[in-house]
Design a protein around this ligand. Structure first.
Ligand code: AMP
Ligand code: MG
Length: 424
């Protein structure tokens, strides 16, 4: 069986990012938050756009006030007042100052600002009580960046700070990667949708909804294709349709070695290349990863990736976090940071595993005075028990070959995406 880290590497190596030419859409700035930038952005402006004051005070010529001090103040004539947003009307001559407010443009001739607290105003004269340093309280034109400078690289997710940078640089149409389309189907004769009455022997298809939520959280577009019975013809049709309509297909169920587990066989007969059939992970051992090469007519398109996830609800989610999410991040155009967010934590109790597979235990991570503490979820630890997976925020990793991690030993813990860690 394939070790987890090798499976992760293989999957990522076989995953190609969207194309920076073909798979780009232009969005207005107001719609670009959370999306991934497809092209680097350069500035067409200097920033700050002109020299401006970072204080309320007086714009001066340093040479005039080089010997100012509280005991030997130097008086200047105030020739104008410059609020933020206005162009100064005059050039400072020797012996002159301009009243200036924060963010206002420096008048020609001035080379420093003396803050209001170090001045004394009397009518149209101002006494300067301290000698300013060169360019004191002046934000100089182009100090933060210049026209032509690279502001943002391609392949980053646009958060609030990046959106602010784009707005300040007057970039109003933003090239971002289109959202990935991820088809989701559930396989199993026993499955019914949540709104159908339950008959004996049936269970509700929760995976469809959980996976759609995860896909949307990852910034991709989920296509919920519904429930497919354990019948080869129906399944083959459904898989073929999913592959032709999406960039990535996620199915759950039907990938074990049971009599009704058809997924792998059908993938082969549809011409997929199966790269992975099982991974040494618990929960989640039966996991199929395959790729479909694009039809000759659509050579410009990337191959479609197929993840056949296990049917057990907890296994489906854990394998999504561990394997699918990094692949979605890479494929959606992010240039780095695909893998899970790992932290070192300690558990107050011994953690147990069977040693035969890399084991993921779900629980809550919180910050304490001396690092992160991981508490395993209470209750039965079964890959079918969704209820103790709910309201957790992390998965502790017990490496292959280890059957116990003694309380207090540092362990690697994987944060589930977008779930905050409680502070002390
Ligand atoms: P399978 O991988 O098809 O053998 O399914 C393993 C277990 O997961 C069985 O108990 C199934 O009933 C359950 N299961 C399969 N698919 C789903 C689903 N979509 N939602 C909830 N449970 C499922
Ligand atoms: Mg099944």
């Amino acid at each position: 069986m394939l070790p987890v880290s090798e499976a992760e590497t293989q999957i990522l190596n076989l995953t190609q990012p969207l194309d920076a030419d073909r798979d780009v859409e232009w969005l207005p700035l107001s719609a670009a938050a959370g999306r991934i930038l497809a092209r680097p952005i350069s500035s067409s402006l200097d920033f700050p756009h002109w020299d401006n004051s970072s204080m309320d005070g007086y714009a001066v010529r340093r040479a005039d006030v080089a010997t100012s001090s509280p005991d030997t103040p130097i008086a200047l004539t105030v020739i104008e007042e410059i609020p933020a947003g206005y162009r100064p009307q005059q050039t400072l001559q020797p012996g002159q100052a301009a009243r200036i407010l924060t963010g206002a443009m420096m008048p020609p001739g001035a080379d420093a600002v003396v803050m209001q607290e170090e001045t004394r105003r009397e009518g149209d004269r101002v006494y300067i009580l301290a000698a300013p340093a060169p360019h004191q309280f002046v934000r100089r034109r182009g100090e933060f960046y210049r026209a032509g400078d690279r502001l943002l690289p391609a392949g980053i997710r646009l958060g609030a700070a990046e959106i602010a940078v784009l707005a300040a640089a007057q970039c109003v149409n933003i090239p971002v990667y289109r959202r990935l389309r991820v088809a989701i189907l559930s396989t199993g004769d026993e499955l019914v949708s949540p709104e159908q009455p339950l008959q004996p022997g049936q269970i509700v298809d929760s995976n469809q909804y959980a996976l759609a939520a995860l896909v949307a959280e990852a910034g991709a577009e989920p296509l919920m294709l519904g429930i497919v019975p354990d019948q080869p013809e129906a399944l083959q049709t459904a898989i073929a349709q999913a592959v032709s309509s999406a960039d990535v297909v996620l199915s759950s169920g039907g990938v074990s070695v049971g009599d009704y587990d058809y997924v792998d066989r059908l993938l082969e007969s549809l011409g997929a290349t199966i790269h992975i059939r099982a991974i040494a992970i618990k929960p989640g051992k039966p996991l199929t990863f395959a790729t479909f090469n694009a039809a000759p007519a659509a050579q410009a398109q990337s191959p479609t990736a197929y993840f056949g996830l296990p049917g057990n609800p907890v296994s489906a989610l854990v394998t999504f976090w561990r394997f699918v999410l990094p692949a979605l991040r890479k494929q959606s155009g992010l240039s780095a940071g695909w893998g899970p967010a790992w932290l070192w934590g300690r558990s107050p109790h011994d953690l147990k595993a069977d040693g035969k597979r890399e084991t993921y235990l779900w629980g809550t991570l919180r910050m304490t005075e001396d690092g992160y503490e991981f508490s395993q979820s209470p209750g039965s630890f079964s890959s079918g028990n969704l209820i103790n997976l709910a309201q957790t925020n992390a998965l502790a990793q017990v490496p292959l070959g280890q059957t116990q991690i003694v309380a207090g030993t540092p362990i690697r813990v994987m944060q589930m995406d977008a779930r905050a860690i409680a502070l002390p």
